[in-house]
Design a protein around this ligand. Structure first.
Ligand code: ADP
Ligand code: MG
Length: 253
């Protein structure tokens, strides 16, 4: 240890400071600061166009920041490329599931299993026991244990969403980001997704964008309300719901 105390940004899994992105002069994210702790489920809410998806795009490197810093366990992400950000342990699920419809559940999980970086690893890769065990474990976790041999296109919308979460989990990210994971799900699928997220934060942090307030209430440790690219309010769901600024923005939409 080189210092008596850690720098404050290293106490968080994710520290975003002064983050701004300007699209032709329009600041979709405007001087945003956000800190996510170990094992935390943070939910970002806010009206359409608030900049929620853009924040995830910035973290995963799909969009380049105009200004500001995004540190993941102290490492600056704004200088890394998308695949490098995945490699340091940040996984991202997009709004529409990007699974392989022609492949089975097993195969979708298998191809997502990390294979190491060298080309020989990919060529000599076999369905050894380690892979089978991990795929089976993840499939059970995402409620698809009895669907391993089903073709992905035959799954329900909710099951496809779970499969994509599984494809991220098998890579063991330390920060998992999900954009509207329960959109289009039934009430019972939403409840199962909530319990899934609670289970996976035993050893990782989760950053979720969501509109369904019941779901947010069920899962969020803390809520960040985004409005016009800035943090409007932050804290427990209870506190945020009672904030007059939040009430005004939601009633105004
Ligand atoms: P949210 O997810 O909160 O609904 P977004 O992050 O998708 O909002 O968008 C925030 C704002 O930024 C919107 O006005 C959107 O039109 C704009 N925006 C997002 N991405 C781009 C882009 N690549 N180029 C130009 N404008 C963008
Ligand atoms: Mg969005």
């Amino acid at each position: 240890m080189t210092s008596l105390h850690k720098a404050s940004t290293q106490d968080f899994v994710l520290s975003i400071e002064g983050l701004t992105v300007s699209f032709d002069g329009f600041k979709a994210v405007n001087d945003l600061s956000l800190y996510v702790e170990e094992q935390e489920i943070r939910v970002i809410i806010g009206p359409n166009g608030a900049g929620k998806t853009t924040v995830l795009d910035l973290i995963c490197g799909r969009t380049k920041a105009t200004e500001g810093s995004i540190k993941f366990r102290g490492q600056e992400l704004t200088r890394l490329r998308e695949h490098e950000i995945v490699h340091v342990g940040v996984g991202r699920k997009f709004q529409n599931p990007s699974i392989y419809e022609d492949l089975t559940v097993f195969e979708n999980l298998e191809i997502s299993f990390p294979r190491g970086r060298n080309v020989w690893g990919a060529l000599t890769f076999r369905r050894d026991e380690e892979v089978i065990n991990k795929v089976t474990e993840i499939a059970e976790m995402i409620f698809l244990g009895d669907k391993l041999d089903s073709q992905a296109e035959l799954l329900s919308h909710g099951q496809k969403q779970w499969l994509e979460i599984g494809m991220l989990l098998i890579q063991d990210p330390e920060l998992l980001m999900l954009d509207e994971p329960v959109a289009g799900m039934s009430v019972s699928e939403r409840q199962k997704t909530a319990s899934l997220l609670q289970r996976i934060t035993q050893d990782r942090s989760v950053l979720v964008i969501e509109h369904d307030m019941q779901f947010v209430e069920d899962i969020a440790d803390r809520v960040t309300v985004l409005h016009q690219g800035k943090v409007l309010s932050e804290g427990s769901m209870e506190r945020v719901k009672a904030d007059p600024k939040v009430v005004e923005v939601y009633l105004g939409h």
